[in-house]
Ligand binder design. Structure first.
Ligand code: IPE
Ligand code: IPE
Ligand code: MG
Length: 254
């Protein structure tokens, strides 16, 4: 596609975000618009995951985090939860080979103990079999919620203080962040949400404090490489000030 080429050409590969996070939303609506069951939308969303991961790796993005299942999603009808878990098992299993061919390491964050036994087994196998890959980390947020993660960190820190292993004065943002999931991964510079919803839905609450947000009306199963390029081009046109003035930023650049 000509248009595709144009957008890719607009991406400045010297100013890529190191970490892009995506709230993959709109699968249910995509299916319902076609008179199909919601699960059909989830199934089609897998192609978007594959395309997006490929595009991100090709560009040179180092970390891609995908919100695949939230803590709150456990409250959906049982059939949908079961179908999603089943889809996860099949997809993870099918993708190991491609992940290895593309040198992509699969990682996971969230309350993984809650996952079905079969999902845990497949996931652990995929995490293990791709653990040596170095081109990009593909992080799945599964049974994840930002508030859960923050509370877990607080509990770990409280236990250390209680046992006299950590002095209260030592608690600061850096220390706190080191008790979150996958603490070595830098905060995302860019967060994309599909399906025209303007909310965070309990995703990376701590890590997105200064993340650039990008919303698109596209439903997740329609999201393609071009859409990722478009989001990155938009991100690259922004000025990230971190509380400073525009003049300070320009001066610093010069
Ligand atoms: C996102 O699509 C996938 C998950 C939350 C698992 P939805 O299933 O939320 O689709 P909509 O928002 O109902 O259209
Ligand atoms: C957020 O989508 C969770 C995932 C994409 C996995 P939801 O569709 O569950 O979000 P809300 O409930 O509409 O905010
Ligand atoms: Mg939704």
């Amino acid at each position: 596609m000509e248009e595709n080429k144009d957008l890719l050409a607009q991406v400045d590969t010297t100013k890529l975000p190191a970490h892009v996070a995506i709230i993959m939303d709109g699968n249910g609506r995509w299916a319902q618009m076609r008179g199909e069951h919601r699960v059909f939308g989830h199934q089609n969303g897998v192609d978007s995951v594959r395309e997006t991961a490929e595009a991100a790796a090709e560009l040179g993005i180092r970390y891609l985090t995908l919100y695949a299942f939230s803590t709150e999603n456990w409250n959906r009808p049982k059939e949908e939860v079961n179908a999603l878990m089943h889809l996860l098992v099949i997809t993870i299993n099918n993708e190991i080979k491609t992940l290895n061919e593309n040198n992509i390491r699969l990682r996971a964050m969230g309350n993984l103990h809650c996952l079905d036994k079969k999902v845990k087994e497949e996931l652990n196998e995929a995490l293990d079999k791709t653990s040596q890959n170095t081109r990009m980390d593909l992080i799945l947020a599964l049974s994840y919620s930002g508030r859960w993660e923050i509370v877990e960190a607080a509990k770990s820190i409280a236990a250390l203080v209680k046992d006299g292993k950590l002095k209260e004065e030592k608690i600061n943002e850096k220390l706190f962040a080191s008790y979150l999931n996958l603490p070595e991964i830098p905060d995302p510079e860019l967060l994309i949400r599909t399906s025209g919803e303007y909310r965070i839905s309990n995703f990376l609450m701590w890590q997105t404090a200064y993340t650039e947000l990008y919303f698109t009306p596209k439903l997740w199963p329609d999201f393609r490489k071009n859409d990722l390029y478009e989001a990155i081009v938009d991100y690259q046109q922004r000025e990230r000030r971190f509380g400073k003035t525009s003049e300070q930023i320009i001066q610093f650049k010069g």
